[in-house]
Design a protein around this ligand. Structure first.
Ligand code: PMP
Length: 356
């Protein structure tokens, strides 16, 4: 039986993607070789990489001023690789502190230059997005997290600033049409809306580069990766392939407008159910609610374990909140069918009725 997969990442992927990825491991496109056995400089892999980059540029509506890279290390590596490449020791970068991932990015950036935290929502456990702030005019960039996976908040429009934006989009990338081509840098670990863990997407506007004097280790230098076309060293071949299949699926389903429409359907159903049941407590400000990760609590917290056990019995995984904040969280990424949200809403109603 297929589980209802509410995992926050790695998370649900389209069934057709999993089938194709599984087949490619045994015999890639009738080549008589597994995808895991082909060289990364073989024509087959070049085609995969080329198609994936083309799909990203198309879905994000990027012009030729942007470069698209597949890098190792997951989004956490970008917490340090971004400032290493963009921030000189005496420069200042502005950061928005809207959640635990943003906080980690700030800590890493401080190793490379000056950091101005222009807005922090720590005062209320990151349960909202603070949209009013002032960015120092000399800031090289403003870093923000478009969707706070752990806390369940999301930016529904771009932060208002003239400073180049650097966005960690790990948990809402490709979930909606967005002003991708107004950002200086976009990065995301693939393991939510884009595929399997093990690869990192980096999109960079070329004018962001070449402005610092620090020596950068070769493997960390964006410029080197650009010149090598994401083939500076052996890329995570399988993860890039799964990303390409997932991007193909997004396009075939009707692109980002359809992803957004489905995300809204799922989120509306979930939040409407939550709001109608005082048995549960929503955690974040209504206007800042994430369409990807809904966080909530049971008003009587002593019932949480029983609720989670019931989820498990009903084939639902991933409902426990992040270990740092507790409570409950339902992640609803692109591939999650509406029927899974219907199932957990029914369970929530029944559980509340039991204690009414
Ligand atoms: N940023 C965000 C918004 C995330 O959700 C995560 C992981 N859940 C990370 C960064 C860290 O990603 P990784 O584990 O790929 O380093």
């Amino acid at each position: 039986m297929k589980m209802h997969n509410f995992n926050s990442g790695p998370s649900i992927l389209p069934a057709t993607v999993l089938e194709q990825a599984a087949a490619a491991i045994i015999n890639y496109n009738n080549t008589g070789l597994s995808l895991l056995e082909i060289g990364h400089r073989a024509k087959w892999f070049e085609e995969i990489l080329h198609e994936a980059i083309g799909l990203i540029k198309e879905l994000m509506e990027l012009g030729t001023e942007y470069e698209v890279l597949f890098l190792h290390g997951g989004a956490s590596t970008q917490f340090m690789q971004v400032p290493m490449n963009l921030l000189d020791t005496n420069d200042t970068a502005a950061y928005i502190d809207n959640g635990i991932w943003g906080t980690k990015a700030i800590k890493e950036a401080k190793l490379f230059g000056n950091v101005a935290v222009v807005s922090s929502t720590k005062d209320k456990n990151h349960s909202y997005i603070a949209k009013d702030f002032t960015v120092p005019a000399n800031a090289k960039y403003l870093h923000f997290t478009t969707n706070n996976t752990v806390e369940g908040t999301e930016w529904h429009q771009l932060p208002a600033t003239d400073i180049p934006l650097v966005a960690d989009m790990s948990s809402d990338i490709f979930s909606r049409p967005f002003a991708y081509n107004q950002l200086g840098v976009i990065y995301a670990g693939a393991q939510k809306n884009m595929g399997a863990a093990g690869v990192n997407l980096l999109v960079i506007r070329k004018d962001m580069l070449g402005k610092i004097s620090r020596p950068i280790p070769a493997i960390m230098d964006y410029q080197n990766h650009i010149e090598a076309g994401s083939l500076l060293n052996t890329p995570p071949v399988f993860a890039v392939y799964v990303a390409m299949l997932t991007l193909r699926w997004i396009k075939q389903e009707g692109s980002l407008a359809v992803m957004e429409q489905r995300a809204k359907e799922r989120a509306n159903l979930f939040y409407n159910t939550l709001d109608a049941l005082p048995f549960y407590t929503p955690i974040v400000a209504k206007e800042d609610r994430s369409l990807m990760n809904a966080t909530f609590a049971i008003t009587d917290a002593t019932l949480e374990k029983e609720f989670l056990d019931l989820c498990k019995e009903n084939g639902m995984v991933g409902v426990k909140g992040h270990r740092s904040v507790g409570g409950l969280r339902v992640s609803m990424y692109n591939a999650l069918p509406l029927s899974s949200v219907e199932a957990i809403c029914d369970l929530m109603k029944a559980f509340a009725a039991k204690y009414a």
